[in-house]
Design a binder for this molecule. Structure first.
Ligand SMILES: CC(C)(COP(=O)(O)OP(=O)(O)OC[C@H]1O[C@@H](n2cnc3c(N)ncnc32)[C@H](O)[C@@H]1OP(=O)(O)O)[C@@H](O)C(=O)NCCC(=O)NCCS
Length: 172
């Protein structure tokens, strides 16, 4: 999948040092509910496990640099209180901090939505963002997602501190 500025392409093991460079930033993972990467080896393991399915998980590659600067994907809803419908996929994404607020994530999400429309019979997508991370909600709204309510997630990494989440859905 390709637009003016970006390509959505499978992750490669050779992306591990770049992934570590961006995902070790505590400002990125904390907004999405995961801990910052602690080593290139950990990033490689994430590529081999979390990012292994090239049918629904992609690196956001910036054409200008040829570098992976984020991730975009969808998959089965996890047990995370998002009130997903039966079989409804959950989406997830992040962009490296130096590239925030340039419309990159919106461009990537639009590409993925178009790809899902063209290649699957998925009827809707769901996602949620922490209330204190409004930029993520803005990305979804710009792509047509509609807020459906709020829930709470008990993140183990936050030692049981509940964090409210706004849930949004896109009818395909
Ligand atoms: C959320 C994230 C993916 C957005 O990526 P991005 O490439 O900067 O997104 P875009 O530039 O396409 O859009 C960001 C929008 O949020 C807006 N925004 C930024 N900070 C904001 C804030 N504090 N309050 C409200 N809106 C905000 C921007 O102005 C922009 O909207 P606009 O185009 O209407 O001006 C990125 O910030 C990120 O990776 N965050 C950490 C991980 C994360 O939160 N993942 C999602 C978990 S649900």
């Amino acid at each position: 999948m390709e637009s003016n500025r970006i390509i959505l392409r499978p992750w490669c093991e050779s992306d591990a040092p770049t992934l570590y460079k961006w995902a070790s930033d505590p400002d990125v993972g904390s907004r999405a509910g995961w801990a910052p990467h602690k080593s290139v080896e950990e990033s490689l393991e994430v590529i081999r496990t979390v990012f292994k399915d090239a049918t629904n998980t992609w690196a956001i590659e910036l054409k200008e640099t040829g570098e992976a600067i984020g991730a975009m994907g969808y998959g089965p809803s996890c047990n995370c209180n998002l009130s997903a419908r039966e079989g409804e996929p959950l989406i997830g994404y992040w962009v490296a901090k130096p590239y925030w607020n340039r419309g990159i994530c919106t461009e990537a999400l639009q590409l993925m939505i178009e790809h899902i429309r063209q290649t699957t019979d998925i009827k809707s997508l769901v996602s949620g963002h922490f209330i204190d991370n409004p930029a993520s909600g803005r990305v979804m709204m710009k792509c047509g997602f509609v807020p459906t309510g709020e829930t709470v997630i008990d993140e183990t990494q936050y030692k049981g501190k509940d964090r409210p989440i706004r849930v949004l859905r896109l009818e395909m």
